[in-house]
Design a protein around this ligand. Structure first.
Ligand code: SF4
Length: 131
């Protein structure tokens, strides 16, 4: 399958991207040729969308730990509730590294709200009781 689209502010060059949407794992070639995005190698629309986003604005769910006061454990695993743009991951990790929360905590509790105005929250990945 091959697709061509015109988009503004595309990155230069090309990327070969392994689609991780399903176990087939198609290798998708995405290339910016004179402002026209060429996508080849995908077998379905979902793979095309995945490869386009990975090329234009890659995002990741962030997982890490946060310090806890009065907790049964000193750290709690946390994650972003939505994918974060890859170029904002490092500063978000630094923000979480400086933060501290207080037990008790329930899985899914919002521990940091709307980080950097991205409409992304950092939430607890497990329960944590008080010490
Ligand atoms: S392109 Fe479609 S078929 Fe291929 S790995 Fe991605 S989701 Fe699966």
């Amino acid at each position: 399958m091959s697709t061509k689209t015109n988009e503004s502010e595309l990155p230069e060059g090309f990327k070969d991207i392994r689609c991780i949407i399903c176990p087939t794992g198609c290798l998708v070639h995405v290339e910016n040729i004179n402002g026209e995005l060429i996508i080849e190698g995908h077998s379905c629309k979902r793979g095309e969308e995945y490869a386009r986003e990975e090329f234009v604005a890659p995002k990741r769910i962030l997982t890490t730990t946060m310090r806890v006061e009065k907790g049964f454990l000193p750290l709690i695993p946390v994650r972003s509730d939505k994918p974060i743009p890859k170029d904002r991951l490092e500063e978000t990790l630094k923000l979480i590294a400086k933060a501290q929360t207080t037990a008790p905590i329930k899985m899914g509790d919002t521990l940091l709200e709307n980080v950097f105005g991205l409409d992304i929250n950092i939430i607890a990945s497990r329960d944590l009781i008080e010490m």
